[in-house]
Design a protein around this ligand. Structure first.
Ligand code: FAD
Length: 466
């Protein structure tokens, strides 16, 4: 029987990163993955394919709406959907193969198949049983259904789909209904809107992107509405009925309890994800779970069973690839007898629409709830020369700092490259920076980053270009 120091179950961003780090730290490591390719949800049906389609459809938007303004005239490209999907599949292939290469380079063995844990210290894959001093569960998440509604997703039929189906539709729909105005729904809704579909987003709450800064939510919905997405807010979906090429969504408006229906040729169910633990045998092992079906772990990612750890989407916290990766590295370090570190106060979240939306740290609502005195430095991208040159002046940077100490508490950005800009604030927060530290740092001109500095200046004596 093969023996390992660590067997990781799941080859997503949490699992593969943990396996590589464990091997780098000198541990004999294997990773069990049941999919045909490594990389998990993120590389196969999540972050990477969605960003490929966002990139391609953004280029089309630029050609249709902005090229002529810059004197770039000529025929606007038409969409070859098959080719766009094959570009997306190439991008996936390059990335998943890349992880296979990294496994070989770091001497991580890939045990192909679905794994279970028959007892602590053992992992079963197919008919083979392997011994492991430590087992790390990184089995990720799966799509959750619409709470309280009668909906059957069938990605093969391509009428009522989840995000996986939406990344591989047989054709671009004339009309798409997106149930859920969260990150995935709005990213995919943007893609199909830019590709020519009519897109209606139906959301239970009265605002988009739950948990984000309220001003960002409002501005984001306004911009997406301007781009042509239609929003039906405060609407509880009760059922989705599908025929071979159409679906009807029934929903009740919460404000007056009135019932409505809407029809589309594709309905995308994007109401969230839930932890995936099927087939692992956790019940028999007596592994403690949270009320939300996540594996319960302590601050060293240990479960209640000795030698079994868990990380990523299958445990508590934001379901994000980089959170899973950070936990993967940290848990591997703990297993190797070192100190693993994840700062849960500084985990950025990003929406990759145009404009992008990014956030880190506290929102104003959270600070108010905590009774913390804070100040706000806000700067509009209208005052940023580079953003205006690229027709992206609509957003803003909002920096929140402690009223007394000036220490940065949070940052919320809607605007060009927000997902990259946020990291200067993440680094700042890791180092305990004040808003003044950012304001005193020379920022190159003309860059989008100047807007971040201006927001920091606005926390003090005032922005210059406001
Ligand atoms: P997963 O990536 O889900 O990987 C788990 C792996 O474990 C899977 O490959 C599964 O096959 C395997 N597995 C499970 N059980 C077993 C078993 N018993 N035996 C063997 N293998 C098993 N996050 C971001 O940060 N940025 C984004 O832009 C982003 N975009 C997204 C877009 C979409 C459409 C979706 C669906 C998700 C997106 N996410 C994004 C979320 C991100 O994909 C997840 O947070 C991330 O993949 C979680 O990593 P993980 O390693 O915990 O789990």
């Amino acid at each position: 029987m093969s023996q390992y120091d660590v067997i990781v179950i799941g080859g997503g961003p949490g699992g593969y990163v943990a396996a590589i780090r464990a091997a780098q730290l000198g541990l004999k490591t294997a990773c069990v993955e049941g999919r045909e390719t490594l990389g998990g949800t993120c590389l196969n049906v999540g972050c990477i394919p969605s960003k490929a389609l966002l990139h391609a459809s953004h280029q089309l938007h630029e050609a249709e709406h902005n090229f002529a303004k810059m004197g770039l005239k000529g025929k606007t490209p038409s969409v070859d959907w098959k080719q766009m999907l094959s570009y997306k599949d190439d991008v996936i292939g390059q990335n998943t193969k890349g992880i296979e290469f990294l496994f070989k380079k770091n001497k991580v063995e890939w045990l192909k198949g679905w794994g279970s844990i028959p007892e602590a210290g053992k992992v079963k894959v197919g008919d083979d049983v392997y011994e492991a001093k430590n087992i790390l569960i990184a089995s990720g998440s799966e799509v959750a259904s619409v709470p309280g509604a009668d909906v059957t997703v069938d990605n093969d039929k391509g009428v009522v789909v989840d995000s996986t189906g939406a990344l591989a539709l047989p054709k671009i729909p004339k009309k798409m209904i997106v149930i859920g105005a969260g990150v995935i729904g709005l990213e995919m809704g943007s893609v199909y809107k830019r590709l020519g579909a009519e897109v209606q987003v139906i959301e239970f709450l009265d605002h988009v992107t739950p948990g984000m800064d309220a001003e960002v939510q409002k501005q984001f919905q306004k911009i997406l509405t301007k781009q042509g997405l239609e929003f039906t807010m405060g609407a509880a979906v009760s059922k989705v009925e599908a025929t071979a090429n159409k679906a009807t969504v029934t929903y009740t408006l919460r404000k007056d309890e009135s019932e409505h229906t809407a029809e589309a040729d594709v309905v995308l169910v994007a109401t969230g994800r839930k932890p995936f633990t099927d087939g692992l045998g956790l019940d028999a092992l007596g592994i403690e779970m949270t009320k939300r079906g996540q594996i319960a772990v302590n601050d060293a990612w240990k479960t209640n069973v000795d030698g079994i750890y868990a990380i990523g989407d299958v445990v508590e916290g934001p379901m994000l690839a980089h959170k899973a990766e950070d936990e993967g590295m940290a848990a591997a370090e703990v297993i190797a007898g070192k100190h693993g570190h994840v700062n849960y106060n500084v985990i950025p979240s990003v929406i990759y629409t145009t404009p992008e939306v990014a956030a880190v740290g506290k929102t104003e609502a959270q600070l108010k709830e905590e009774g913390k005195a804070y100040k706000v430095g806000k700067f509009s991208f209208m005052g940023n020369g580079r953003a205006k040159a690229m027709f992206q002046g609509e957003g803003f940077v909002k920096l929140l700092a402690d009223k007394d100490t000036d220490r940065i508490l949070g940052c919320h950005i809607i605007g060009p490259m927000a997902g990259d800009l946020i990291h200067e604030i993440c680094v700042g927060m890791e180092f305990g920076a004040s808003a003044e530290d950012i304001a005193l740092t020379c920022h190159a001109h003309p860059t989008f980053s100047e807007a971040v500095r201006e927001a920091a200046l606005a926390c003090g004596d005032g922005a210059i270009h406001a």
